[in-house]
Design a binder for this molecule. Structure first.
Ligand code: ADE
Ligand code: ZN
Length: 336
């Protein structure tokens, strides 16, 4: 009898929905606060963790933005990124596409260059030392103005080669994809690939997904579980083989349940569902825990588990030859 937990833990995996700032563990928060002469309103990491209290997207985001204020200097962004990549490597993640949110940093006076140089240096070191590859996706905050997003896009252009795509995150209420149509058109013209969050069970979720498909022309969607509410969206997403990067442990915090059964339904419908971590330091589940949660709650067999990992490698923003190498490794693992 195969132990599916062990099978999942050892399986070559790929992370496509991961906010770097959401990997900031309380222990590192305390270390950075000390280094930067800041005080935190908790006695220690355990007390801070115990105070994490959220039950929807806005209540989570409030704690998330407050937490990242300890990131000030380039080594802080380096330490954050290297710690995440080491953790991912330990969970057999072979490749990661990681979101970063420049605006909450530049908005409090941290230069864009400080943020991206620290992250980039850690990516290079992690690849050299650990063998884990990664690329960056720059997210714009949808509850801030389109003008600030455009300024940020222009600021990023000197670092164009370090960023594979752009995304849209933060509070979705009253902030539809079309608010950023011009920003995403410009991003596409600069050669960036495009993704956007369509968080789960939001006001107007299906309309936001429709805008992503028809008005923005995204290359994938982050979350997007509410595709299942519309037959037209199901057909379109399946036809385009568009990836939906779903985060079950996060879902259980910010909406009603993990949506693991919805993931299984997507697999059965031929929708390219994938499983990822979102903000693992806050939701307390990295990619292995997200796979285990999905497997247990939807009673997935090994074939479904491998299909989820295959879907993710297929959906990476990598050249075909690189995808094939990862897929061959996954196939060899599954055959054993
Ligand atoms: N920013 C960080 N995590 C997020 C999430 N789950 N949804 C929207 N914005 C985010
Ligand atoms: Zn997310």
């Amino acid at each position: 009898m195969v132990d599916l937990r062990d099978f999942i833990a050892g399986m070559p995996k790929c992370e496509l929905h991961l906010h770097l700032e959401g990997t900031l563990e309380p222990e590192l928060k305390f270390e950075l606060a000390k280094r930067n002469g800041m005080s935190l309103p908790y006695k220690d990491a355990a007390e801070m963790r115990a105070a994490y209290d959220f039950n929807d997207l806005p209540s989570f985001l409030k704690i998330y933005y407050e937490g990242m204020k300890v990131l000030v200097h380039e080594p802080d962004f380096y330490d954050l990124t290297f710690a995440y990549l080491a953790k991912a490597h330990a969970q057999n993640v072979r490749y990661a596409e990681m979101f970063f949110d420049p605006q909450p940093h530049t908005g409090r006076g941290v230069p864009f260059a400080v943020v991206i140089r620290g992250i980039r240096r850690a990516q290079m070191d992690a690849e050299r030392i650990l063998g884990i590859k990664s690329q960056l996706i720059m997210c714009f905050l949808r509850d801030w103005s389109a003008e600030f997003a455009m300024t940020t896009l222009v600021q990023s252009l000197p670092y164009r080669e370090w960023i594979v795509g752009v995304g849209l995150d933060s509070d979705e209420k009253n902030n539809p994809p079309v608010k950023f149509k011009a920003v995403f058109e410009r991003a596409r013209s600069e050669g960036f690939l495009l993704t956007m969050h369509c968080d789960v069970d939001q006001q107007n979720s299906t309309e936001h997904i429709r805008q992503c498909l028809e008005e923005i022309g995204v290359n994938r969607i982050d979350h997007g579980v509410n595709v299942l509410d519309s037959n037209a969206l199901i057909d379109e997403v399946a036809r385009r083989r568009l990836a939906l990067t779903i985060c079950p442990v996060s879902n259980a915090f910010v909406t009603n349940g993990s949506k693991a059964k919805e993931i299984k339904r997507m697999l059965d419908l031929g929708i390219r569902a994938t499983v990822h971590s979102d903000d693992p330091a806050y939701f307390r589940g990295y990619i292995t825990e997200n796979f285990v949660c999905t497997q247990e709650e939807a009673d997935l067999g090994p074939k479904d588990v491998v299909q989820l990992s295959r879907n993710a490698f297929e959906s990476t923003w990598l050249p075909r030859a690189a995808k094939e190498r990862y897929l061959a490794e996954l196939d060899a693992y599954a055959a054993r």
